[in-house]
Design a binder for this molecule. Structure first.
Ligand SMILES: *Cc1c(COP(=O)(O)O)cnc(C)c1O
Length: 223
């Protein structure tokens, strides 16, 4: 089996310039994250608040942590000191709460808005309609401590890459509408976080700037 370092090198060698890798380290022990860090990786993704809070203090502080899971409102305060980007903002209410908590500790936090494009109901995120409506109502752009930097999405869990491509294309088109409509003069609205171990090549074709890859780097997770 290839080492974490070899896996990282293999993935990063295939990424076009301008596409950054979030190494999704959920369910993997800090020793494995340290191995990735030693190999040069600085961007990590976690999807559970408790796990992020436990791991972050054990690792070097130049790591940038992306939160990528469903974020419960009562966990926002706890992750705030650790996260660099909250990728999984799935409601205006959550956005408002993040603003409040960021203001409380006087920091700015970058967020992505999660768009629901997959067939599975269980995945969270704004629907396209909800997101465009929130944009039209000025609810995405009125924050002092939150920078909305783009969109995040997961495609359906399927082998049908045509389906996956359509979903990523929908994310890209929704991004462009928002960019034109409400983030027009806003240079920081440029991120499209999409693509995981099995579909990141497709995501890159549709304009991903961040790919979130776990299994292809750290191997299978033992839950
Ligand atoms: C786990 C996870 C990933 C990584 O999935 P892999 O298939 O292991 O690459 C990416 N994004 C999110 C939101 C995740 O929860």
């Amino acid at each position: 089996m290839a080492s974490i370092k070899e896996n990282l090198e293999n993935v990063t060698a295939q990424l076009p310039s301008g596409v950054r890798l979030v190494a999704v380290s959920k369910f993997h022990p800090v020793e494995e994250l340290a191995e990735a860090y030693e190999a040069g990786q600085r961007l990590f993704g976690e999807n559970r608040a408790q796990e992020l809070i436990a791991k972050a203090p054990q690792l070097p502080d130049d790591i940038r942590w992306h939160f990528i899971g469903h974020l419960q409102k009562n966990k926002v305060r706890a992750i705030m000191p650790h996260v660099s980007v909250i990728e999984s903002v799935d409601s205006v209410k959550l956005l408002e709460l993040i603003e409040k908590e960021a203001a409380r500790i006087d920091r700015k936090v970058d967020v992505l808005l999660q768009l629901h494009v997959a067939q599975e109901e269980t995945k969270s995120g704004f629907s396209v309609e909800e997101l465009l409506e929130a944009g039209e109502n000025g609810l995405l752009t009125c924050y002092d401590h939150v920078r909305v930097c783009g969109l995040m999405a997961m495609a359906s869990l399927t082998d049908d890459m045509e389906q996956v491509a359509q979903e990523f294309d929908l994310v890209r088109r929704t991004y462009l509408i928002l960019k034109d409509g409400c983030f027009d003069d806003c240079a920081e609205f440029f991120e499209l976080s999409m693509g995981m171990s099995d579909d990141w090549q497709v995501a890159v074709k549709y304009g991903a700037t961040l790919v979130r890859i776990g299994t292809a780097i750290f191997g299978p997770r033992s839950y």
